[in-house]
Design a protein around this ligand. Structure first.
Ligand code: SF4
Length: 385
């Protein structure tokens, strides 16, 4: 590396790995809960994990915290309060730190969001996926429309207006009209943010082993996405990432930091971290032990390694090319420590193929590049220059 690495913002990801049961399309590190939630032991392990990582980030304030899973809302507000107090005692949070909790509508009883808000949560990401009971059943969700409506009402009652609705499309048997109806209902719920994802069959999932009938083909899925774009734009949302839409600039700061190749600590079973180490001219990747039992027994770091320059290039573009605003040349050099010349010919190639276009101080995906973002990202794969 021979450009100068500089320290980007630092986020904290906290993985809470249990779910009521495993959804058939899910490839996250999530585990069906058998018996009682071991909240006490897991929180102790998380705080110990954070402490062990601290020497890698001394003195750096945390700009966002994300409780992801799994189903973090299986943890009570008192658990989240205890965890956040423990985090605050160990790291400085920047003023206006964004603190997001992922919540499953099937696990929320009345007043729960008000209690999470009192514990310090200021953003919620609600895993709605669809408002249609039959479609929710088809993808194995534990909730129905009634729970979704209750959870949305409870968010508004708690004054937690900065919330995201996760929606999936191209569900088994879903028509274009049903996909559109889901987006319209989501908009009517007045979220600040919508994440709109296509159902994909990920390896090692129940759906990959036995695909359900009636999943939309690529053309229909593209039409569904186009319909959603029209609805969301009309309702005042702006798309800032392939799947992410925000109103009034309520973009998810935590995810923006990932996509901009920022730094993050990751605590919890299977969590990943990415940390810049300018003193040693390297970028580190850490992976924590995936299995909750082993993690709680003290097996924390499963892997720690410096990311090679080729991997740095690919990861920078894999993330940055998901953003509507693309990336800046200086950010490439500051975040990877590599000179711009290392990727210049590939960027020129992408511009020549109409996939990238110049923007202020850098480049962003063209409309064509946006549609074929996988092809665009592949240009930056290791060994592709
Ligand atoms: S609730 Fe979310 S994390 Fe849990 S199994 Fe379903 S998709 Fe995966």
């Amino acid at each position: 590396m021979n450009a100068t690495l500089s320290l980007p913002p630092l986020a904290l990801y906290v993985h809470l790995p249990w779910c009521v049961r495993k959804c058939p399309y899910c490839d996250f590190n999530s585990h069906a809960l058998k018996g009682d939630l071991p909240a006490e032991a897991y929180i102790a392990a998380l705080l110990d994990d954070l402490e062990q990582d601290l020497p890698l980030t001394w003195g750096r304030p945390v700009s966002s915290i994300f409780f992801g899973g799994g189903t973090p809302s299986l943890f009570s507000a008192a658990d989240v309060d205890q965890l956040l107090s423990g985090i605050r005692a160990r790291v400085a949070l920047s003023p206006a730190c964004e603190i997001t909790l992922e919540a499953n509508p099937g696990t929320i009883e009345h007043d729960r969001f008000a209690a999470y808000r009192d514990a310090g949560i200021n953003r919620v990401s609600l895993g709605v996926q669809s408002f249609d009971d039959d479609l929710l059943k088809a993808i194995g969700r534990i909730h129905g429309r009634a729970e979704v409506e209750r959870a949305i009402g409870s968010l508004h009652d708690a004054g937690l207006e900065n919330f995201n609705i996760d929606l999936m499309y191209a569900l088994p048997g879903q028509s274009r009209e049903q996909a559109d109806a889901d987006v319209r209902r989501a908009i009517a719920a007045r979220p600040a943010h919508v994440s709109h994802y296509q159902l994909t069959l990920e390896p090692n999932t129940a759906f990959a082993a036995a695909p359900p009938p009636g999943i939309a083909d690529d053309e229909t899925a593209w039409d569904m996405q186009g319909d959603a774009a029209e609805r969301l734009t009309g309702a005042g949302f702006a798309q800032y990432e392939v799947s992410a839409w925000a109103r009034d600039d309520a973009r998810c700061r935590n995810n923006l930091n990932y996509w901009a190749f920022g730094d993050y600590l990751g605590i919890g079973a299977g969590a990943h971290a990415k940390l810049t180490d300018p003193a040693n001219d390297r970028v580190l990747r850490l992976a924590k032990s995936r299995h909750p039992k082993r993690y709680m027994a003290g097996e924390r770091v499963a892997e720690e390694k410096a990311i090679s320059p080729d991997e740095c290039v690919f990861e920078f573009f894999l993330n940055g090319l998901r953003l509507r605003d693309g990336f800046r040349r200086e950010a490439f050099e500051a975040r990877t420590g590599l000179p711009w010349q290392r990727v210049e010919s590939r960027v020129t190639d992408a511009v020549g193929r109409g996939l990238l276009e110049p923007s202020e101080g850098g480049y962003r995906p063209s409309d064509l590049g946006w549609r074929f973002v996988n092809d665009l990202q592949a240009i930056f794969l290791p060994g592709s220059d």
